[in-house]
Write a protein that binds this ligand. Structure first.
Ligand code: AKG
Length: 332
């Protein structure tokens, strides 16, 4: 696995070599058909190919829930991350350490124990004090992806406001048995030039489905492949994409994989699920130009087969699940 010095289990280019790189041919993903279609006025306008493994569930949360979730997130410290992003609750550093304990000036959130109810989310009011250990550890185990080691110490589960979000995921067939053991909140804004380089998420610890909730503003997930070889394209009939659902078309043109980028529009409050080829073969990225206003994203990850029943680390997996789904992480 290729990892950078601050690996979070994602595979990307060394030294950000691909940052901002434009692929030659742009296709747009249509979630109603599952096809990627050549962008208007491009060489491939009217051409299309099936693009499996991407599900976009629109309006997964309401405006009120969205506002409430971000408000709760903002009560916790955001930590500067790469490419102008800020993050919360992610074991971003590659060494197997808490990464936050006491050596630097950090902030801790201290519970003052006033329980409030806001819509579907419950929270406990918090107050921040400087020069204490940070609570970032709460949303996932400590992981060293390079050495393939992890520790549960300090992990207290997903934040309590995610309980309802996770329950709701289970109402959709594709997420029926989805049980996340990590939540990573990312904060993007145009003023910081926030972006994320093309990468694949780790597949040793993280399982088949990557699930992201897109909050505050719409964006575009850009997907690309570096594999040699070509993609076979079909000529889309007029009335595409509606007409496509009806019939099968014969492939009649090809394009080099390496030259293609597929833009997946992510509406505000939508939930994205990546599986299969979209999870394991196509890298995903958010380009700077696609952050037009503040955007907050919560990514949820499940365990790989190695940590599930029958896998060689099933006990550890069970322990992680128990902690994660106790929802004791902050804010409560
Ligand atoms: O911001 C996003 O939607 C993508 C986040 C992501 O790729 C990651 O956390 O690995």
């Amino acid at each position: 696995m290729k990892t950078g010095p601050r690996s979070n289990g994602v595979r990307g280019p060394r030294g950000g070599a691909l940052r901002g790189e434009e692929k030659t041919h742009r296709f747009i993903y249509y979630s109603d058909t599952g096809w990627a279609v050549g962008a208007e006025e491009s060489d491939f306008e009217g051409w299309a190919f099936p693009f499996p493994g991407v599900t976009v569930i629109e309006d997964f949360v309401t405006r009120e829930e969205e506002a409430e979730m971000v408000q709760l997130m903002d009560r916790e410290p955001w930590k500067p991350s790469q490419s102008g992003r800020r993050k919360q609750g992610h074991r971003g550093a590659s060494p197997l350490t808490s990464g936050h304990a006491g050596l630097v000036l950090v902030t801790v959130t201290v519970m003052v124990g006033v329980r409030i109810e806001e819509g579907f989310l419950k929270a406990t009011r918090c107050r921040s004090f400087p020069q204490q250990p940070s609570p970032f550890a709460d949303y996932g185990p400590k992981v060293n992806f390079r050495k393939q080691k992890l520790k549960t110490a300090g992990f207290r589960g997903l934040p309590s406001f995610s309980r309802e979000v996770v329950r709701r995921m289970g109402l959709y067939p594709i997420l029926e048995d989805f049980r996340p053991v990590e939540q990573c909140n990312l904060d993007y804004c145009p003023e910081r030039g926030s972006a994320i380089d093309p990468h694949l998420d780790d597949a040793w610890l993280w399982g088949e489905r990557l699930v992201s909730l897109n909050l505050l503003s719409p964006t575009v997930l850009s997907m690309s492949r570096e594999a040699p070889g070509s993609l076979l394209l079909c000529l889309a009939p007029s009335g595409f994409p509606e007409a496509l659902v009806e019939g099968v078309m014969a492939p009649s043109r090809s394009v080099l994989c390496q030259e293609v980028e597929v833009a997946v529009p992510l509406p505000c409050r939508s939930l994205l699920v990546l599986t299969g080829a979209a999870r394991h073969q196509w890298k995903h990225a958010i380009h700077r130009r696609h952050i037009q206003a503040r955007r907050v994203c919560a990514t949820f990850r499940e365990l790989s087969a190695e940590f599930c029943p029958g896998g060689k680390q099933q006990e550890l997996g069970q322990e992680l699940l128990q902690i994660s789904l106790s929802f004791q992480g902050r804010p409560m």
